[in-house]
Design a protein around this ligand. Structure first.
Ligand SMILES: Nc1ncnc2c1ncn2[C@@H]1O[C@H](COP(=O)(O)OP(=O)(O)OP(=O)(O)O)[C@@H](O)[C@H]1O
Ligand SMILES: [Mg+2]
Length: 326
């Protein structure tokens, strides 16, 4: 591990382990990496991880959220300006691409980038040169690019909200980080990690029932939401975190609500079409029933009030072709 402080990515999930393994390999290359995942899954911590493992680890990693600002301000933040470029430009200002020179630049929320900034980014990434606003001379920049998106950019390309040529520049390697509900085996480990983090000098534990609620919740805010829940619980709990220390929305949420609300995420944020969302919902209901029934298909069918043959037909259909959000 290069750099000064290791980045702790806590996981025991096999998909996540594969991702980390892949990252260990690609971090040393200079390939651009696109991290895709819902809010709170760990895109930023992954960007730090890539930077720390790379040959640029002793150089800066410069981060910028592309959603937060109007285009003009964003352009001056990214590319800088020269004295006199506009009325308030009293001196030269280095852009973040220049600050990141020889290091890594992390473009967060790339899915929210305004189209005019997308064209400018494309130019910079193609030429590896920047031209500060009001400047006459380009400056060469040597950067490693890591970007993060909450949605699959292909969906935005279809809707003309994202340039496909920029997409091909930034996604030499795409890493899709699974949601927390797709890796519930990580929940106990993360809970333990956050307890140690937020109650370092206490022997704080969590009781089984509280942990069971945490494991069956659908975590729309992913690891960040879990972190906040444990941070709050650690403040109030004495020796043991119990259900009393867990927010009501987690206790009251039924598994069916979990499924429906995660489907609405696909519908609203991932740009899936209605038929795809319904397909995905059916798949998840079948899977959940199977899990509950310990793999016994006739009991799973009974839970859903379906005949065994209908249940099996549906399972077969999903094995052949389906649209899953996970
Ligand atoms: N596997 C993990 N192990 C330890 N901490 C984690 C892990 N994943 C996420 N975190 C922590 O959870 C919080 C949210 O992670 P992060 O900011 O990287 O998410 P994000 O995907 O960038 O979210 P957003 O899209 O909202 O910006 C951070 O405090 C991060 O350190
Ligand atoms: Mg982030």
């Amino acid at each position: 591990m290069r750099g000064t402080q290791p980045i702790a990515i806590i996981t025991q999930n096999s998909t996540m382990r594969e991702i980390l393994h892949k990252l260990d390999k690609i971090a040393m290359s200079d390939s651009s990496v696109l991290l895709v995942g819902e809010t709170g899954v760990g895109k930023e911590i992954f960007a730090d991880y890539i930077h720390k493992l790379s040959s640029r680890s002793l150089k800066p990693i410069v981060k910028i959220g592309l959603a937060a600002m109007p285009s003009e301000l964003l352009a001056s933040e990214l590319f800088g300006y020269e004295k006199g470029a506009f009325t308030s430009a009293n001196g030269n200002k280095k852009g973040l691409f220049e600050v990141a020179h020889t290091g890594t630049i992390f473009l967060d929320d790339i899915d929210d980038t305004p189209l005019d900034i997308q064209s400018k980014l494309l130019r910079v990434l193609e030429s590896r040169e920047i031209l500060p606003i009001g400047g006459m001379k380009t400056k060469a920049i040597d950067i490693r690019l890591v970007s993060a998106s909450k949605v699959k950019l292909q969906e935005l390309i279809k809707r003309n909200l994202f340039r496909s040529d920029l997409f091909y520049r930034i996604n030499v390697v795409t890493i899709e980080i699974p949601t927390l509900r797709e890796r519930i085996d990580d929940i106990p480990l993360l809970v333990e990690y956050f307890i140690k983090k937020y109650a370092p000098n206490r022997k704080l534990t969590i009781d089984k029932k509280a942990l069971a609620y945490l494991t069956s919740y659908h975590w729309p805010g992913n690891v960040r939401e879990l972190r906040n829940v444990i941070q709050r619980a650690a403040l109030f709990a004495e020796d043991e975190i119990t259900t009393d220390d867990i927010p009501n929305e987690i206790i009251q949420n039924s598994p069916m609500e979990h499924i429906i609300s995660s489907c609405s995420v696909c519908f609203n944020q991932k740009g899936m079409e209605f038929s795809m969302v319904m397909d995905c919902l059916e798949h998840r209901l079948l899977q959940q029933a199977l899990e509950k029934a310990g793999g016994n298909q006739s009991n799973a069918a009974k839970m859903l009030n379906l005949s065994l043959s209908t249940f099996r037909d549906k399972l077969k259909k999903h094995q052949k072709q389906s649209h899953f959000c996970g």
